[in-house]
Design a protein around this ligand. Structure first.
Ligand SMILES: [Zn+2]
Length: 360
């Protein structure tokens, strides 16, 4: 069993000034002599035989344990003279070093799973932060580790499902609330970038919808990852978000007008139409009273359509009219949901939109 222990003299022996290429083809950042890489407090095995450096963090691990998960990493662990990236000259504690271009946060969450397994396997109730799912997805994609891609996507699917029922199940007033997944709406920017990187376009409609709900100032300035890495949308995705917002605003207004224009009286109405029809118009008036707020381009939460969905709250409708109206509103929301791949520009690339998929 590998043993974890703090190093005795970790810093003095390290100096790396060379420039190398990572598995992804990116150029590794040149490390200045003043950089002081620090051993990670958790991923440091005293009997490890290689040192991996990500940003300013150093991980001491076992080549054979890590390489078992990824052929790409196995190749990187070969000495430079053999075509790999293990530097036998600039050692750390006498061990060969490999510098990766990933963030320390991402690589640490990869290594933690390499040694300890996925949290869900040990305890199905473990709460996982979105940033960890994103790290698994990025690392899994870069080093071609299918299990990490699958687990990362499992978390993403919980947040950005393909079906409206799952979307509704974990949202309250536009906020994502899940017993085992922590996600803030501003994480949607990082999500879009990770989804683009991994090429999982079926997650884009939901992620772009969430981005479209952020303030333009937030979209333009970007956000930061859990480890402080800045995240911004690319110009094309930024434009897509603004266009999507515009289309959502228009769709919301169009649907409200369509709903109002239907002079529909439920044939089985217990009040013979009269009272229920009046209530229906009152309901629409109420939804339109604060039109600025209710037509804010967020028709799935809190807009006119959702207000109409709140028909339960004290509105005096007979049970038949109530059921008919609930179905009607549900149909309007579903029709809008079905349009999201079009708004996200990926309708040609997605099959089975609307189908329930298993998340976290
Ligand atoms: Zn009625």
């Amino acid at each position: 069993m590998p043993s974890r222990a703090r190093p005795e003299s970790p810093l003095e022996s390290f100096s790396c000034t060379s420039e190398r290429h990572s598995a992804s083809g990116q150029v590794a950042r040149k490390t200045a002599k003043t950089d002081r890489p620090r051993p990670d407090a958790h991923v440091w095995y005293a009997d490890g035989d290689i040192v991996i450096i990500a940003q300013e963090t150093v991980f001491r691990v076992h080549k054979s344990v890590v390489a078992r998960h990824s052929k790409a990493l196995e190749c990187m662990f070969q000495p430079i003279s053999w075509g790999g990236q293990a530097d036998l000259t600039n050692t750390f504690d006498g061990l060969p070093t490999v510098r990766v271009t990933d963030t320390a946060y991402d690589f640490k969450h990869f290594l933690l799973v390499v040694y300890d397994g996925f949290p869900r396997d040990k305890d199905p109730h473990t709460v996982v932060d979105f940033g960890v799912f994103a790290a698994w997805l990025r690392i899994g994609h870069r080093y071609r580790v299918p299990s990490f891609v699958i687990e990362g996507l499992r978390g993403f699917r919980s947040i950005f499902p393909m079906d409206l029922d799952t979307w509704d199940k974990h949202r309250f007033d536009g906020k994502f609330l899940h017993p085992r997944v922590v996600f803030d709406n501003t994480n949607a920017i990082e999500a879009v970038n990770a989804i683009r990187l991994a090429g999982k376009v079926h997650l884009l409609p939901g992620a772009l919808y969430m981005c479209a709900q952020l303030r333009p100032s937030t979209l333009l300035a970007g956000t930061t990852r859990a480890d402080g890495t800045p995240e911004k949308l690319g110009a094309a995705d930024l434009l897509l978000c603004f266009e999507m917002k515009e289309r959502l605003r228009k769709a919301e207004a169009r649907i409200a007008v369509q709903w109002a224009a239907q002079d529909h009286v439920e044939s089985r109405c217990k009040n013979f139409g009269d009272h229920c029809d009046r209530t229906r118009h009152e309901l629409l008036k109420e939804a339109c009273r604060n039109i600025h707020n209710n037509l804010r381009g967020d028709p799935l939460h809190g807009g006119v359509i959702t207000r109409l969905h709140e028909v339960d709250d004290g509105w005096q409708l007979c049970s038949h009219c109530h059921d008919a109206m609930t179905w009607e509103v549900r149909g309007l929301r579903r029709a809008l949901w079905n349009k999201l791949p079009v708004y996200a520009g990926v309708e040609a690339d997605i099959r089975n939109w609307g189908k329930s998929t298993q998340g976290y």
